[in-house]
Design a binder for this molecule. Sequence first.
Ligand code: FAD
Ligand code: 2HG
Ligand code: ZN
Length: 498
Amino acid sequence: RWGGSLPDRSSKFTKLTPDHIKAIRELLSSPGSLISTLDNSASPEDLAGFNNDWMGKYFGKSPVVVKPKTPEEIGKVMKYCYDNDIAVVPQGGNTGLVGGSTPIHDELILSTANLSSVRSFDPVSGILVADAGAILETVDHYLAEKGFIFPLDLGAKGSCHIGGNVATNAGGLRLLRYGSLHGSVLGLEAVLPDGTVWDGLSTLRKDNTGFDLKQLFIGSEGTIGIITAVSILCPRRPTAMNVAVFSLPSYEAVQKVYAEAKSHLGEILSAFEFFDKQGFALSSKHIEEIHGSERKIFETEGDFYCLIETGGSNAEHDEAKLSGLLEHLMSNEMVLDGVLAQDQTQFASLWSLRELLPEACGKAGSVYKYDLSVPVGKMYGLVEKMRKRLRDEGLLVGDGQKEGPIRACVGYGHMGDGNLHINIVANKYSEEIEKVIEPYVYEIVAAENGSISAEHGLGVMKAPYVSYSKNQTSIDMMRKIKQLFDPKGLLNPYKYIQ
Ligand code: FAD
Ligand code: 2HG
Ligand code: ZN
């Protein structure tokens, strides 16, 4: 397997021995919280799920996974690692898409899976305090029962942890409505690399008493500390939700419909997603395979599709607004066709066309994923440039071949956030393909003053390319922050900023 050109192992890190494993096990309240191949408490297969990433692109060789049960236990393990120069990878649900959550070599894997409780919820303020290892979907179900919603939703919700979400500053499907985690997270608890447990778990909305330290941890990708709990402001759950998907003739049409949706729907617009016909073909095929039956969704298919979701508190009022938009779009021939969900099942089924795209691409081959931010008008031009390059280099023929090196080049994303995902589905990960795509893809983004990572982070994949989006002064400041928190460079090495 080719996981990209990865940095060599640094000799400054200690190589783990059975004695280290024994000493770390003694720090834990439950011996089962550690499994390792070094003392035969685990086989390599037992560790495979922690060493390999979601895409099957990155794979480490760690001999140990530690899953402490309390922040204090994490503190003890971290102190031991600090004193013994042991490198550590923090891991949540291991759904990250940039090779950040798996070891590069033999780093100790520190998982938050055993820290998964809700600590408190205040129904008056909507403030939730929960352990970092709580699964996003589980927390959202808990909130749903109380009439609230977690202000983040994404396709990996069934596996990702809220600590991992904060560590990556995940954006997701409703950022348009609920904003970034930099705004909704009120406080954090984290264990620093030397083992200190930092209590920054404020539930205050306003607090101007010095630097806002939690912001440094949001999006820090496990490089300066291990987040152990999160305090977050959760909005009321909309009681009326609706979704419609349209087929459209061009990317220009998608932009026009986006402008119309904002103007007609105003405050009830909660998501605006788009995908191209290559994406639609893959996700419909995937969904058909799941259900075992063929389904024709649109009478007239298009080159593009958009999904519009509304969420409000008055079903009649929302339906009137949505019908007004539909009538306007249809009568002005701005869309080719459209489907409006009639019930909860259709709501989920229409969303799955978009939400299952990463899974559908993964099923079709080995996927090179690019997560880019550029002005909305420029977004799809990047996909076209990339397709041209792949065709010029002889890797892509037509829209892709079942057996060729590139099977599809798919464009989709969060229109409302100016966030484009390019998924290049290859027959396998290879150096030859990667060299055609990178750094070309970062060059075309930099030419538009865009970001090479809108929401997935840097991990190991983009660490060498950060200068395409950040100037030298910014990189120097980031290095100083890393040095301040982690002077020995033990936490998530080889990643983020090298
Ligand atoms: P992991 O993958 O385990 O870790 C991610 C990074 O955070 C690693 O660097 C790790 O070291 C660090 N980390 C994890 N937990 C902690 C902690 N407690 N303390 C410190 N560091 C920690 N992302 C989006 O932004 N928007 C999307 O719409 C989106 N959709 C996705 C859909 C699918 C199907 C998949 C597979 C991924 C998607 N992602 C999306 C990627 C996204 O980053 C992750 O899903 C999620 O935020 C990571 O959470 P996790 O618990 O899996 O973290
Ligand atoms: C999404 O928006 C995620 O579905 C994943 O951010 C994107 O897999 C991808 O490239
Ligand atoms: Zn996304």
